[in-house]
Design a protein. Structure first.
Length: 359
């Protein structure tokens, strides 16, 4: 969790007001979308902290097999050892009494589990359920979850649901007929943070800690982030750490050299932590498709990519579709594709540089 969130204040405010406004507030049902590394998980954490400040319980889950079952198990109050007992009386003075003990059962549905949890919480408290990586959830799980959410919100229960996932989440989920209820959700798209906000946040964080940084070094750090939230974290941390190690923590000044080293380390970490795992799971020809894209500074023509690969459009489009399905690339305009993962173009250029210095 970063020490300060920038460029996301409106989402936090909308959610806070949604809780305060009571049942029926639109922002109690929210979809947060954005590319990898844009801060979706951090945003879920922030909204959970806001809910806890309002004395709500928070259940965080990540989509994978068995999602709905896990939510039921975590949402339902801890059951007692028995749910009830039946005592049969004696007859004619003879002791023939019997006791039937029924074991406590887990609620059969998520809706039942939420109702039971709210009953235990009592008046004035509520329940927030957040689901990360929602694009990986099965249609069956999402149907069960959206059905429970629909009923609870319709009944004006003190509940809120926040889903986070890749940009395709909106089209994939909202276009499913069984999930039309989610079209009522408040959609929040996380993009790059404006550079002026990045600069102001870096400056205030650094200087509030009693450390100095000159404008040239600050500008260099700001530009290097590209406004990409994960890169902002990496650059800020890496240049700060290098300055501390350089002078043993005595000078308390971040120099331009600290920023340059920090940026280099940040790019390496971003490549190893975000880009490399994506490339590793792809086929060789899918990587060739990406390498052909990386020759352009912006969106690439699908015809140019096929030509660079030495393949027909039909053949190349098969890999295009695979990469779209993996959320590695996007198709902003018909006949073009672009990288969906920030800095992936730069990573490919660096990793697959030829002997003549060109990607």
């Amino acid at each position: 969790m970063p020490p300060v969130l920038i460029g996301r204040e409106s989402i936090s405010l909308d959610f806070r007001e949604g809780l305060e406004d009571g049942p029926g507030a639109p922002d109690r049902l929210m979809l947060i979308t954005g590319p990898r590394g844009c801060g979706k998980t951090v945003m879920l954490t922030e909204l959970g902290l806001i809910a806890k400040q309002q004395h709500w319980d928070v259940i965080d889950e990540t989509a994978s097999e068995g999602l709905c079952d896990r939510l039921i198990a975590r949402t339902a109050p801890k059951p007692g050892k028995i749910s009830g007992a039946t005592i049969k009386p004696t007859f004619m003075g003879a002791s023939i009494g019997e006791i039937d003990i029924a074991p406590a059962l887990r609620p059969a549905s998520l809706r039942d589990a939420i109702v039971a949890r709210l009953h235990v919480l009592g008046k004035g408290k509520g329940l927030l359920i957040t689901i990360d990586e929602t694009q990986d959830a099965s249609l069956e799980d999402m149907t069960a979850i959206s059905t429970a959410a629909q009923h609870m919100l319709r009944e004006n229960a003190e509940v809120a649901f926040v889903f986070a996932g890749l940009p395709s989440l909106v089209s994939d989920l909202l276009n499913a007929k069984v999930l039309t209820f989610l079209r009522r959700a408040s959609i929040k798209e996380l993009g790059d943070v404006p550079l002026d906000e990045v600069r102001a946040a870096l400056a205030s964080t650094i200087r509030n800690a009693g450390i100095t940084i000159d404008d040239k070094a600050l500008d260099l750090a700001t530009r290097a982030t590209g406004g990409y939230p994960y890169m902002i974290q990496l650059v800020g941390y890496s240049m700060w750490r290098h300055a501390r190690r350089r002078d043993g923590g005595m000078d308390r000044t971040i120099l331009e050299q600290d920023v340059r080293v920090g940026v280099e380390q940040s790019r390496a970490k971003l490549g190893a932590g975000v880009c490399a795992p994506v490339i590793k799971r792809l086929s060789e020809r899918c990587v060739d498709y990406l390498k052909a894209m990386a020759q352009d500074d912006g969106p690439s023509s699908t015809a140019d990519i096929a030509r660079r690969m030495g393949e027909t459009m039909s053949y190349a489009n098969g890999y295009r579709q695979r990469l779209l399905d993996e959320h590695v690339i996007k198709a902003p305009v018909r006949g073009t594709v672009d990288f969906a993962i920030p800095f992936l173009r730069e990573y490919l250029r660096a990793e697959y540089r030829s002997d003549d210095g060109e990607a």
